[in-house]
Design a protein around this ligand. Structure first.
Ligand code: FUB
Length: 321
């Protein structure tokens, strides 16, 4: 891999989702800020309030980076309470749909959508979150036939452990974080790990067209990864892309701070674990996207080195894979 380039040293930006729109790499990060909230395992210290969009002129490693300013502010999202976490954008029918997660006024993470005529916004939010949505980190994947899918979910602060079969079966009060290296509501270490979720969106992009399904990650013997397999099991930061006829799912292992890769010939999986693609960085979280430019593959991610290791103040980077 090449040396990484910090893309926007002027401010703290994390969780970069990168796409090529209108012939330019366009990036949708979370906008970190110093809130003064103490660091906790439930992520309270990630108290972000708006999103910016960025474009790069030409080559991701050298091209001029432009900040297009605030494209969505939490104050304009009627249903949102706090914590504007990761987001992603898909082009649907000539409009740009920004999918984002935030806690609602009951402190439950939901996924919302906001739209714009331009990939660089501003985006107008819908009055309600996507019905049936929950947890965090939406990745909007457009398949070759134009269908768009959301892949989402995240453990611990991302609340995925409260859900089974798309239903909240546990309350916030039961959600002790973490106990002996796992959340109290996670499966036992020798049980199957919790999975990221995948659901096709309706043609207009405003709702799930189907109930979210598990995106199962299996080992080389076809056995679903165990909850105790912390260096391989899914934690958060879903990213799905396609290379030829192969679907490539990359994700963070969270508490072991890795980015990993699993592949499938079928969109819905199962996905077979392949390898680690990035080791621990400075800061607790690892989160990324993969985009192509001139036939080359680039990893967009973040670390907390420029902030001196303050894990809630992250800086976005890119490197060629
Ligand atoms: O940026 C807030 C959260 O931190 C993201 O949603 C997670 O993936 C982690 O990067």
């Amino acid at each position: 891999m090449s040396e990484a380039r910090y893309l926007w040293p002027e401010d703290y930006m994390a969780d970069p989702s990168a796409h090529v729109f209108n012939g330019k790499i366009t990036i949708y990060p979370s906008h970190d800020r110093e809130s003064g909230i103490p660091e906790r395992d439930n992520g309270d210290h990630f108290d972000m309030k708006d999103y910016h969009a960025f474009t790069i002129d030409g080559d991701p490693m050298t091209g001029k980076v432009t900040d297009h300013g605030v494209v969505l502010d939490i104050a304009d999202v009627p249903w949102a309470g706090r914590q504007l976490w990761d987001n992603d954008v898909a082009e649907i029918g000539g409009r740009y749909h920004l999918y984002f997660c935030a806690k609602d006024r009951s402190d439950v993470f939901r996924i919302g959508v906001a739209t714009s005529d331009s990939p660089t916004g501003p985006f107008k939010p819908e009055p309600e979150p996507i019905p049936g949505s929950y947890s965090i980190d939406p990745c909007a994947f457009k398949d070759d036939d134009g269908s768009v899918y959301l892949v989402f979910g995240g453990l611990w602060g991302g609340q995925l452990q409260r859900y089974r079969d798309n239903k909240a079966v546990h309350s916030a009060e039961e959600d002790t974080l973490p106990v002996d290296g796992r959340a109290a509501l996670e499966p036992q270490p020798d049980e199957a790990a919790l999975c990221p979720k995948i659901a096709r969106l309706t043609a207009d992009g405003f709702a799930f067209a189907e109930a979210p399904r598990d995106l199962v990650i299996v080992d080389g013997d076809g056995v679903p990864l165990r909850a105790g397999d912390h260096s391989r099991r899914f934690f958060e930061a879903s990213w799905l892309h396609k290379e030829g006829d192969t679907y490539v799912f990359t994700y963070s292992t969270g508490d072991t701070h890795l980015l990993c890769r699993a592949t499938s010939k079928s969109l819905y999986g199962p996905y077979t674990f392949q390898s680690e693609i990035l080791g621990p960085q400075v800061g607790w979280t690892t989160h990324h996207s993969i985009a192509f430019w001139n036939g080359r593959r680039y990893l967009f991610h973040h670390d907390s080195a420029p902030s001196g290791g303050r894990t809630w103040l992250r800086s976005m980077k890119v490197k060629e894979l």
